[in-house]
Design a protein around this ligand. Structure first.
Ligand code: MG
Length: 211
């Protein structure tokens, strides 16, 4: 029997030992909107209350100014306010990931955080510091734009484009619901408790696509 097929007893059910859970960070484990909002308010010179939480992908509701507005804010946030080190953790994410990891699920963090040229060192270092400080367990850490190039049995994602790309190639994805992805079909979750339940169910079912 190959490693890929090896099974073991987990809580009374058969579950694969090498089951990989692909985990997006921003908007899923890290509260990106909550962390970016005070920095955006400072950048724009407006009170935080003036910025809606009901944003779409790219934050155009915050009127960041032109095509490069978001990129300029992002660069300021990353370089001057250490954005990836100060983002709040989404409620329940840390404890759910620790529980899943303890049970034997392999956590593979898959994040697209290297999209500002020449700020990769800060992006990677801030990310690693943040993961350690918040006790987020992981075996693998992938900085990838094309998330479907990273293999996993199941994924959690919030960005509409990534969910659609993963599903288009037959991957099983649970959507972390937020204002940017209301239009996407389920499975979807509002909380980490729901994500944890779904992952455990997929794991015990073998995690096979289409099952
Ligand atoms: Mg995301």
């Amino acid at each position: 029997m190959t490693d890929r097929r090896r099974m073991h007893e987990g809580n009374g059910t058969m579950a694969r030992k090498d089951f990989v859970f692909g985990v997006d960070l921003d908007g899923v484990v890290a509260d990106f909107i909550g962390g970016m909002k005070p920095i955006a308010a400072e950048w724009l010179g407006v009170p935080e209350q003036a910025l809606t939480d009901d944003v779409s992908y790219g934050f155009k509701e915050w009127r960041l100014g032109g095509e490069r507005g978001y990129e300029n804010l992002h660069r300021f946030a990353l370089r001057e306010r250490r954005l990836f080190e100060v983002l709040p953790v989404v409620d329940g994410a840390g404890v759910a990931l620790r529980r899943l990891s303890r049970r034997g699920v392999r956590i593979r963090v898959i994040t697209h955080r290297l999209y500002i040229p020449w700020f990769h060192r800060q992006a990677v270092m801030q990310t690693v510091e943040w993961l350690e400080r918040h006790g987020i367990p992981y075996w693998d850490l992938c900085f990838m734009a094309a998330k479907s190039s990273v293999d996993a049995d199941v994924y959690v994602e919030d960005a509409p484009q990534n969910v659609e790309m993963l599903r288009a190639v037959g991957k099983k994805v649970i959507v972390m619901r937020n204002s940017t992805n209301k239009h996407l079909a389920g499975p979807a979750a509002e909380t980490w408790a729901e994500i944890e339940t779904w992952v455990l169910r997929e794991w015990r079912g073998g995690g096979r696509v289409g099952v």
